[in-house]
Design a protein around this ligand. Sequence first.
Ligand code: FDA
Length: 593
Amino acid sequence: QGQPIETDVLIIGAGPAGASLASFLASYGVKGIMVSRDSTSAETPRAHITNMATFECFRDIGLEDILRNISTPIDETDHLLRWCLSMAGRELARRYTLQTTPQRTGEYKIASPCEHMDLPQTRLEPELVRFATLNGFQVRWDTEFRSMEQGDSRVAVDLFDNVTKQIFSVSAKYVFGADGAGSRVMRHLQVPMEGFPSTQWAVNVFLKADLSHLMKSRPSVLSWVLQPHRDHADFNMICVVRMVKQWDEWVFSFLPAPGAKEELLSKEQYLEEIQQVIGDDTPVEITHMSRWRINEAYAAHFSVGRVFCLGDAVHRHPPAMGLGSNTSVQDSYNLAWKVAYVLQNKANPRLLDSYSLERQPVGKHMVTRTNEALRRHVPIFEILGLVSPSVSERIEALSLLSANSETGEQRRTDFQAAADACVETELNGLGIEFNQDYSDSPAICADTSDSAPAKPALEGNPDPVRFHTRTTIPGWRFPHVWLNKAVPGKEISTIDLAGKGKFALFTGIGGGVWKEAAAKLSAELNVPIRAISIGYGQDYEDLYGDWARIRGVESSGAVLVRPDNFVAWRHGKAEGDETWATAKLGLVMRKVL
Ligand code: FDA
């Protein structure tokens, strides 16, 4: 026992949520402690897809290149989703995914200077922990959260040290519950979880098997293996096979048969089943097996007093759409600058209230949509007859796919349409990755331009889950466009001019008063505001004309961007002198902070 250890921040959990929060905080100069019940970072890959919006967060703290080097690029030769009867057997359909979809490649390129990457959690987490520890965080493994008590200015937390087998106490100004789907912190806070009770469970079997002979001609990172011809008491006839490493490491996700006992079977039973799913006698070595539940739950709110929860602790959902780790990292990116500003006396602690207000709707939407994406697979099973309990009926239903009949023709059309619907929502959700709307937050100011649009930002977007809306409307993610310097040099993205713990104010020709106002307020409020002018003869030039098309204000107008790259406010044009601009911008800065 003894005296409690004092720290500004205590992070409970060192997964994607906790370790990224520690990294972002450390990059802003905040020091603290992170604890994890486990003895090390993730032992199984789980999350793979790291999307562009998440890479933008890592890019901001200089981690993008390091992480890209340990990722598998998503390129057109391998990023396919397919349905087949076994890994070696007949294929029923293939679809391109993400930025490899020929019809949509351009949209992904326009959206971000980053790319989607295949980055397993086993590689991501150690890099985050390393970054955080090298920049001011102390990490304690084998250390479990037990209980906490909130006071007016600090939180007293009891932790169990699994090495010494003793409880010790930490006194922190702020505590962060990033302790995953079984969150003890959330239970302790008694925050209600909303959504639906989990009804389905699954088993992940991690294995080594060199399938290059199969994958060379049919490269695919995700295969839905459907085996209607088989009857098995323990397994459903569907297995999802996910590439971990090309092409010799895999995770096989089994859905147990209805009514099967919720427990792991023996290694031998899984080996037998895996061999059937592969469809030939390739040697297999099982490295790990684990059970997990398919959840549809989100917290009613993400914070209580001085305790803030993030990641799977507050949103629990299936892996469809690959958004879990991504949303967890983005939760922490939203939270980190606010915590740093409050600890550094740059902002009122009430700024922290905006975390839950901004992120809870994002978490809720993600949970709902990922479950819907999973359900989009059901029509495929129905069309292929997989829902019938009789093997002969299932075989007959499948044979209709190649039948020379009207029913066969209809079956083929329905199946291809169902495959399209599936992949469009499950793996081409560029919109859901980018279209996050914080416009109702107290840390955002409405557009004060005379010509502020009356229409909501998403008007005209035919499907906000699939399509990205690029806008500078306050509350929306600041859009990327490439800019140039007047002298020869590399292009730079607008998002690289923002971030890094600073506010950024974008203006153009005729907007000099904003630059003066930003400098004055920066000194007065002790808050970094970087002012950038874009246009001919300005700090950066807009040679493609993309900034002019997207900025939503006149060239002398102002777009203010928060440190987390969300638009805080905008104003149509300069309408007065420096005193006028300082008063206008000052009001906004004080409201946001
Ligand atoms: P996570 O569970 O990862 O970490 C929790 C941390 O808290 C651990 O360090 C643990 O030790 C610690 N902890 C727990 N209890 C504690 C206690 N009492 N005291 C102290 N520490 C405690 N996501 C994605 O973005 N893209 C993808 O492609 C996929 N794919 C995918 C596939 C499969 C099969 C699964 C199961 C999941 C995915 N995901 C995904 C989801 C992703 O894995 C998940 O959303 C993140 O791991 C959540 O990160 P967290 O840090 O919130 O929790």
